[in-house]
Design a protein around this ligand. Structure first.
Ligand code: C2E
Ligand code: MG
Ligand code: MG
Ligand code: MG
Length: 290
């Protein structure tokens, strides 16, 4: 197990995801069944533009509706899937479901960019661009409505391979976003060569921005860095109005977080979106009247 993964820094041995412990083996069996029986569902969380207030996209976040254990968060099973080869089929499933949803939004006359999280391992999969192209075609979704989020640590683990794959995806017209930016280490030289359209500031800097001046300083610096490189910058983990105000002052482009909306089922997302638009219309009406 260790030998098999020795060249892949991010997959180094980690006992907490040891797929060989009895509990993990049982969970893995459950996960395989979950994949084929529709227990893996996507929730969606809006990305909101801080200048216009517009909803600019929805991030798909996977949830496991376990029949006995209830809702299981991705952190509890994505690492296991990555270590057992189940991540390939899982990623296909997520892409397919997210693009099916994108098609539903197009048909409803309200198209929205969907963001799909890629695991580090997917960056090593040469078949990924083809798979993405097939899924886009199957659901008749334009590439511009798909965004792929790749964590900073995944990018830097295999920079050469990652750069090649991202170049192919960017050529297809897919948007690319660096997730959890600032949490890992990034070679800035590397960053400037990547066809990235968005940087997502890691939520660790955003959550305590009001209490930690250094966090606010880091967030501000990342926003400036992203802008200087021609990228848009999004802050994740916005839980308070105070954080949102800070970010607006720093010229941050967009935000995501519990303060705006939690990740919710597609049906709940649509309800939230309707209510959000209605309140925006009301605001506009008041503004133009007064
Ligand atoms: P991520 O892509 O960085 O997603 C952001 C996480 O922060 C999500 O956790 C989200 O629910 C949470 N979050 C959003 N707003 C707030 C906030 O205001 N405060 C706080 N404290 N948290 C907030 P979640 O859904 O548990 O996902 C965890 C991670 O699992 C994701 O981090 C992503 O790396 C991974 N993941 C999720 N879905 C998928 C997937 O379909 N495929 C892969 N490969 N990874 C996924
Ligand atoms: Mg993400
Ligand atoms: Mg993130
Ligand atoms: Mg994360």
């Amino acid at each position: 197990y260790i030998a098999k993964t020795q060249n892949l820094g991010v997959f180094a041995y980690d006992p907490s995801v040891d797929a060989h412990s009895p509990a993990k083996l049982a969970l893995l069996g459950d996960l395989r069944r979950a994949l084929s029986s529709g227990q893996l569902v996507l929730h969606y969380q809006p990305k909101v533009n801080l200048t216009s207030g517009e909803i600019v996209g929805a991030e798909a976040l996977i949830r496991w509706e376990h029949p006995v254990k209830g809702l299981i968060s991705p952190d509890a099973f994505i690492p296991l899937a990555e270590h057992t080869g189940l991540i390939g089929p899982l990623t296909s499933h997520v892409l397919d479901s997210a693009l099916a949803q994108a098609r539903i939004w197009i048909d409803a006359g309200a198209p929205l960019t969907v963001s799909v999280n890629l695991s580090a391992r997917s960056l090593l999969d040469d078949g990924l661009p083809q798979q993405v192209a097939e899924s886009l075609a199957k659901h008749r979704v334009p590439a511009e409505l798909l965004e792929l989020e790749i964590t900073e640590s995944a990018l830097m683990a295999e920079p050469v391979q990652a750069q090649r794959l991202l170049a192919m995806l960017a050529l297809m017209g897919i948007r690319l976003s660096i997730d959890d930016f600032g949490a890992g280490y990034t070679s800035l030289g590397q960053l400037k060569n990547l066809p990235i359209t968005e940087i997502k500031i890691d939520k660790s800097f955003i959550l305590n921005m009001g209490l930690e001046p250094s966090d606010a300083l880091i967030a501000h610096s990342i926003i400036d860095l992203g802008h200087n490189l021609g990228m848009t910058v999004l802050a994740e983990g916005v839980e308070t109005a105070e954080a949102l105000n800070h970010l607006t002052t720093f010229d941050c482009d967009s935000a995501q977080g519990f303060y705006l909306c939690r990740p919710v089922s597609a049906a709940a997302f649509d309800e939230w979106r309707d209510a959000y638009r209605t309140s925006a219309d009301t605001r506009d009406a008041h503004t133009s009247a007064g």
